[in-house]
Write a protein that binds this ligand. Sequence first.
Ligand SMILES: Cc1cc2nc3c(=O)[nH]c(=O)nc-3n(C[C@H](O)[C@H](O)[C@H](O)COP(=O)(O)OP(=O)(O)OC[C@H]3O[C@@H](n4cnc5c(N)ncnc54)[C@H](O)[C@@H]3O)c2cc1C
Length: 474
Amino acid sequence: VVVGARLAGCATAIPLARAGHRVVAIDRDRFPSNTLSTHGLFQGHLVELRRLGALDRLLALDPPKIRRFHVYHLGQHAVETAHAVDGIDYGLCIGREELDLALVESAREAGVEVRERTSATSLLWEDGRAAGIRYRSRDGDEGEIRAPLVVGADGRRSTVARLVGADVPYRGSRNGRGFVWWYLDDPKLGTRWRETLTLWQIGETHVMTAPMPHGRMIVILMGPAEDVPLFRTDPRAMWERVLREHRHLADRVAGAGAPGKPFTSREMPAFFRASSGSGWALAGDAGHYKDATIGQGIRDSLEWGRRLGEAAAPVLRDAPRLDEALARWERARDRAVLPTYHWANMQSRIVLRQPIAVEALRTFDRSCGPELGDVLSRVRTPQQVFSPLRGMVWMARALRRPGAERRTILGNLVQESLVQTHARRERLSNRFRPARRSASETPGWTWPPRTQASGPKAVPSASEPVGARESEAA
Ligand SMILES: Cc1cc2nc3c(=O)[nH]c(=O)nc-3n(C[C@H](O)[C@H](O)[C@H](O)COP(=O)(O)OP(=O)(O)OC[C@H]3O[C@@H](n4cnc5c(N)ncnc54)[C@H](O)[C@@H]3O)c2cc1C
């Protein structure tokens, strides 16, 4: 039984059902419905969606294919072309109503019984093992589902994590950036912007724009988390201020008209939870959440959900072997996602000027070797693309520039080296659930987060413009 039927839930359920097991996935939401998330999907995301049988459903929406990344920092531009990963040489940006529905339909096709508007309320235990769940549906039905494996794929505030005693993460990092995003009618239909995802650092803010299906686009600001309330209290004035300050963005959206209230998210610490035990496992954000600034959570929820289902399927009826497989899966997940977790923590910090990053963009713009897009599509780790050797070369070039800010450059380098040293040490020591703080992690996170983040107050229907509602309780 799988609690939560979006990304991680469907990804776990599908291989189990394909292996011939009876799988029930419940979700308190109905589908299609929105949830608190933006939705940059790079090549690695799409490879996973194809494995699960959902990519063709998304392509049937005729979405714009993103083949170019336009990156900008401190006056330096880089335009990268999306490299093919397993034959997929484009990214997509598709709203969660359509993305999650495609997965739910693929799960049903694979034989998963998906029950909507149904919440897990407690767990069943037998001899110290999780043995199923009790549920309540919106119609008031209550009941039990007995199962050899209970998977919590129920998001950051996982009920299953709480019920198995794993609610408080054993390590985490406070986010420095908050999210503010809008959906607009794209004013640049028929131009190259419809195949371009932008990642601009302008002042303190990362600005991302991406084309979406149905002639729409998304604008995402990732600036200081403390500024997010300003966007809630006076969205129109803040939109106008943003356009005055962000000339590139003003050009990109010229002609689109003022949008409504933005979606926002403020306090979202990254974390790892203990994610496996006797007869239970936590998939997707329920077990591990990395800062969303780099847009990799969907991919990891899909890959590690799928791998969980694949690991459990052959040993589902053999309790000791199942528990061993779950522990091995958790260890493998953590090892695989750590490089990106550390990088995401660093990207979430507010760092105003990074002359070394400017040198990196010059290299990327000349297409000399691995690029930023390779990190986003996950064919290389951040540590491979931003390697110590390249770091030294970029530092030397930055120091040679007229008016070089030596203190800033050396400060950036020291910080980066420290993070890389800690990450390497952690990898070599290969400890299970290490609680020691790493250099990428920002202290001061609390659990549960102080600011209550939630999905859109009302669930927009598929035909309704998705940007029309505010997403987070003030
Ligand atoms: C602001 C923001 C922007 C992001 N942008 C990106 C991006 O651009 N690209 C990217 O790759 N990732 C992004 N992410 C990360 C991504 O959204 C998550 O990693 C992903 O949604 C995790 O999927 P999931 O299936 O684990 O959980 P969720 O998508 O949170 O789904 C959990 C499901 O569990 C259900 N549920 C909860 N409790 C119960 C219960 N008791 N009973 C039954 N059902 C229950 C919920 O209704 C929900 O449907 C972003 C995240 C945030 C917050």
